[in-house]
Design a protein around this ligand. Structure first.
Ligand code: NAI
Length: 483
């Protein structure tokens, strides 16, 4: 089996060499094709941080094992890590956090065993990076949560939870506030949960989740979250088990999957052969399991756990009264411990529980579609305008542009209603939303909305517009605070 390997920048080449040495010593049946990605590729003028050959190789082989990579600052280029995850639709970020004996944390000292997996949606949410300045004072970022995108990651989480015999699968969300976006993610979670009655599924508001993760982490097993919340919660969990150096990361897609260390390139210690390769090794172990190489994965993981338990450590962690070892010595210690089992929590031989990728070659972009196909009905429009006037003055002008079908219903500022009712204590910024709605939910046409836009543009600077839609009698838009 051949996989693509990108060493990365900074400490990347050192830790990659250490991990591949461990793999080769365990006779892992993999061949490695090294590809060009990272800072020096940006520097050569490839704006996405990878050469066309690297892209073709990864798409051909389907697996990328990568070290950390630096994104050049101030050049307007996007992170190659994020580009890779998004380009190849690795929709599920799977990160397993476990107590590692020898890596002291408040929980390990208290005898609390942590063994949980965060599955984070990896493509959507505010990570689409679709942002605009509506006025010089007001920035707007769009948050995309889609039904099929949510279903992909949630289904992955349920499949993984089922195959590993999880005791619980939890959806973290903020649907009490973001009723449409997080509400959709939660709705899909509940729909998919019905197909897995054997699993104990529940949901929790993300702030409560954070509190419970730091007070009772042992009660959780698999947690699935949207992108930004998952990003934050997964680093919180890394902190529970000793930091980013002990947190593997797998980015799973249907065709291509990426396995990487989540820490950065550590430029301060690069080239010194003192970096800790554990995070990359743990990510490599999830890659071996993903590829069905269970036998080698369990031997290496138990040797790593034994090594940590025996007090061998690199300079960044461990008992400071025991001298630290360098990267080469650390990986050699793991190799010397092949066949040994740690006293606590030895890993069992697991059956292949990873998602089975389709691995098929494709020639057109897959179109994801949800199952809901009701007819759209336009019932109004939100017109966002720039103005320094008071709400009553804006209303007075805006009402002149009402049509037979479209009436001004509310004006809001930063989501809070300020007209027809409101409070003078609500601070205003120079951007208002005028919500025009049809009487008795009559159907409005796109032309009606364009005509309204055109008419309002005689009196206002318009920065943005959203049509208000309904499907099957359900509003496809949120109400203003106070509406
Ligand atoms: P960093 O993770 O590189 O370093 C933070 C601190 O942790 C440093 O003191 C470093 O020496 C230490 N450290 C990190 N990994 C270590 C390891 N394996 N062994 C021992 N010590 C380790 O984060 P920083 O400094 O914020 O970022 C440096 C560069 O890395 C930036 O250019 C950033 O863009 C890039 N980066 C890349 C990531 C990726 O490729 N996935 C993720 C995060 C940052």
């Amino acid at each position: 089996m051949k996989i693509a390997v990108a060493n990365g920048d900074g400490i990347g080449p050192e830790i990659m060499e250490a991990v591949i040495h461990v793999f080769n010593s365990a006779k892992v049946p993999l061949e490695y094709q090294f590809v060009d990605m990272g800072k020096w590729v940006f520097d050569k003028g490839f704006s996405n941080g990878m050469t066309p050959e690297a892209k073709a190789t990864i798409e051909d082989l389907g697996i990328l094992f990568k070290g950390p990579m630096e994104t050049p600052k101030g050049k307007g280029v996007k992170s190659v890590n994020v580009t890779a995850r998004k380009t190849w639709n690795t929709y599920a970020n799977d990160r397993h956090f476990q107590t590692l004996n020898g890596v002291d944390t408040v929980f390990s000292k208290a005898g609390i065993n942590i063994d949980l997996t965060i599955v984070r949606e990896n493509i959507e949410d505010t990570y689409g990076g679709v942002e605009h300045m509506l006025t010089q004072d007001v920035a707007l970022g769009r948050r995309f949560i889609t039904r099929p995108g949510s279903e992909q990651v949630i289904r992955y989480a349920f499949e993984m939870a089922k195959k590993k015999g999880a005791k619980r699968i939890t959806c973290g969300h903020k649907a009490n506030i973001m009723k449409l976006t997080d509400g959709l993610f939660l709705e899909v979670f509940k729909e998919v949960a019905k197909e897995y009655p054997e699993l104990n599924s529940d949901d929790i508001i993300v702030d409560d989740l954070c509190m419970k993760l730091v007070s009772r982490p042992e009660t959780f097993d698999v947690i699935v979250l949207t992108n930004l919340q998952g990003d934050i919660v997964s680093d919180l969990c890394a902190g529970l088990v000793g930091g980013l150096g002990f947190a593997p990361s797998a980015n799973i897609g249907d065709h291509i999957s990426i396995f990487e260390a989540v820490h950065g390139t550590a430029p301060d210690i690069a080239g010194k052969n003192i970096a800790n390769p554990t995070s990359l090794l743990l990510s490599g172990l999830s890659m071996l399991r993903h590829l069905g190489l269970m036998e080698q994965a369990v031997i290496i993981e138990n040797a790593l756990l034994y090594t940590l338990e025996s007090g061998v450590h690199t300079g960044d962690f461990g008992d400071k009264t025991i001298p630290s070892v360098n990267t080469t010595q650390f990986s050699q210690a793991i190799i010397d411990n092949f066949g040994k089992l740690p006293k606590t929590n030895p890993r069992p031989h697991l059956n292949n529980f990873d998602f089975v990728p389709t691995n098929s070659k494709i020639t057109v972009n897959p179109m994801l579609e949800g199952s809901h196909k009701e007819e759209r009905k336009i019932v109004g429009a939100d017109i966002f305008i720039e103005s320094n006037l008071q709400p009553n003055a804006i209303a007075k002008i805006a009402i002149k542009h009402e049509t037979e079908n479209l009436k001004l219903n509310i004006i809001s500022n930063r989501g809070t209603q300020v007209w027809p009712t409101g409070s003078v204590y609500t601070n205003l910024v120079n951007q208002f939303r005028l919500r025009f709605e049809s009487k008795e939910d009559n159907t409005v046409t796109q032309k009606d909305v364009i005509n309204l836009y055109s008419s309002l543009s005689n009196d206002f600077q318009i920065s943005s517009i959203e049509t208000l839609n309904m499907w099957a009698g359900k509003k496809g838009y949120s109400l203003a605070q106070g509406q």
